[in-house]
Design a protein around this ligand. Structure first.
Ligand SMILES: Nc1ncnc2c1ncn2[C@@H]1O[C@H](COP(=O)(O)OP(=O)(O)OP(=O)(O)O)[C@@H](O)[C@H]1O
Ligand SMILES: [Mg+2]
Length: 268
């Protein structure tokens, strides 16, 4: 069974796409059979991975039930000789949430079931899912699919922390109602600038605000190397700056996620 890790926070711009893409690349480099699912109609990760998506060949397929036996899996060459399977997003996925179209859409649980059936034969080790910046339809699909959720919280005042608390209670209700596997794995501080007082205390602020939620020791620094890596379609940090501290921090975070995952299985 694959481990399904979703990057979620309904607050926008917290680093979900950046982290999810790079965590998936780390796993692919390490030789794990990895699938990346872009569940955000903005399709930022799809662009970042250099995928040419289309309306007919994206996650929307599982809503429309067309061609369900052949999932729209594409392959990105993320580094020379390193390939990552991707189910892309497409901008029109957002229309599903439009009134009154939402009334005729299948229950998100149905979409998750179709998706799980379609990828079951592929034998992945890991599935990394990039979630959208809201608590709507696609977020429900993501939380129904995921085993564990990782919430990025940037060093940017308290708004993303409010988003964290809303996400934590949403995860609790999805776990009780639909997906008993789902657990909030923890919070990771992103875009941290240690030169500032806010940066030096970023982790402490998360701990105070959400004392019952696990916080990862690894912090992701604010780095222009990220913006540089994302300046063109199909590039990534490991191609443009693999020795940068921010790249090292993402590798370290993936190791910590694996350890925390193991602990969460043992203490269940
Ligand atoms: N560690 C970082 N250092 C500097 N910039 C970063 C870092 N992480 C992300 N960014 C930048 O912050 C912006 C938001 O990041 P990203 O798109 O990953 O967030 P998101 O949570 O996926 O956003 P959305 O909610 O819109 O999907 C992007 O322009 C990205 O380049
Ligand atoms: Mg995003």
């Amino acid at each position: 069974m694959p481990k399904v890790l979703a990057l979620v926070n309904q607050k926008g711009g917290v680093g979900k796409s950046t982290l999810s893409v790079h965590l998936a690349i780390v796993l692919a480099v390490q030789g794990f059979r990895t699938l990346f699912i872009d569940a955000d109609p903005q399709a930022n990760s799809t662009y970042s991975l250099g995928i040419d998506a289309s309306e007919e060949a994206c996650l929307q397929l599982f809503v429309d039930r067309k061609n369900i036996k052949s999932p729209p899996i594409q392959t990105a060459e993320v580094l020379s000789g390193v390939r990552l399977d991707v189910i892309p997003a497409w901008i029109t996925m957002g229309l599903i949430e439009r009134w009154p179209d939402i009334k005729s859409a299948p229950d998100p649980k149905v979409v998750t079931d179709r998706l799980q059936q379609a990828i079951a034969a592929r034998d992945y080790d890991w599935i990394i899912v990039d979630g959208p910046p809201h608590l709507g339809y696609w977020n429900q699909v993501v939380l129904n699919l995921a085993d564990r959720a990782l919430v990025p919280v940037p060093q940017a005042g308290n708004y993303p922390l409010v988003g964290l608390m809303q996400m934590a209670s949403t995860i609790d209700s999805v776990r009780m109602r639909d997906n008993h596997r789902l657990q909030l794995l923890g919070v990771v501080s992103t875009m941290v600038d240690k030169r500032t007082q806010m940066g030096r205390t970023a982790l402490e602020r998360v701990k105070i605000f959400a004392e019952h939620i696990h916080t990862f020791q690894t912090q992701i620094p604010h780095a222009t190397a990220i913006e540089w890596a994302q300046s063109q379609k199909g590039t990534n940090l490991f191609a443009t700056g693999r020795d940068e501290p921010v790249a090292v921090s993402i590798v370290n975070l993936m190791e910590e996620v694996k350890q925390r995952w193991q602990q969460s299985v043992e203490t269940r």
